[in-house]
Design a protein around this ligand. Structure first.
Ligand SMILES: [Zn+2]
Length: 189
């Protein structure tokens, strides 16, 4: 049986815990709670629901500590999630599935020229074309703002098609940085 550090609530290699230097390790038992991940508190709520749906008991600890949470009136920090050792593999699978974005549909892997896209912060833009950088040959999307000054912008194509950075923007309402919109419904012109 692998060894378990009760301080860190983690399975460790031994003979001492690499994190806290604890030497009093014990053999892990099926019911010992083990760390799955440290996540933003909003993601923690969703993961806890996901675990509950799969009958995985879960406990959590705020990384900032309860005192800070209470003083600020809101939970601004990160949360560590723990599940029993015998459910750890399943919990990690669910965690991976939750964080690895599903395969993008075809419309999100190609730039649709002439189409209106919504940026995840809400602004609408029309793609004018895809251009190549003369020195690096990297592809850039050329797109026009459909509000304010209607200015023209460029951004590397790879970045244009990338998912929203969930670490930085956990509350974003869409999965990709830019998503094509239904022009009949959304085109402001
Ligand atoms: Zn430890």
């Amino acid at each position: 049986m692998p060894l378990y550090c009760e301080n860190c609530m983690k399975v460790v290699e031994g003979p001492l815990c690499p994190a806290c230097r604890n030497r009093k390790l014990k053999e892990v038992e099926p019911g010992d709670f083990c760390l799955v991940a440290e996540v933003h508190y909003m993601q923690a709520e969703m993961l806890k629901e996901l675990f509950a749906d799969n009958d995985i008991p879960c406990t959590d600890r705020s990384v900032l500590g309860a005192g800070i949470t209470v003083n600020l009136g809101v939970n601004v920090g990160f949360t560590r999630l723990y599940v029993p050792y015998d459910r750890l593999d399943l919990a990690k699978e669910l965690y991976d599935a939750y964080f690895n974005a599903p395969e993008a549909p075809d419309t999100l892997r190609e730039v649709l020229i002439g189409h209106v896209y919504r940026h995840f912060k809400g602004g609408l833009y029309r793609v004018e074309g895809v251009a190549k950088h003369s020195e690096t040959l990297e592809e850039y999307v050329v797109y026009r703002k459909l509000y304010d000054d209607k200015s023209l912008w460029i951004r590397p194509k790879e970045m244009f098609l990338s998912p929203v950075d969930r670490e930085k923007y956990p509350d974003a309402m869409q999965e990709f940085r830019f998503e094509p919109v239904d022009e009949n419904a959304e085109d402001p012109e």
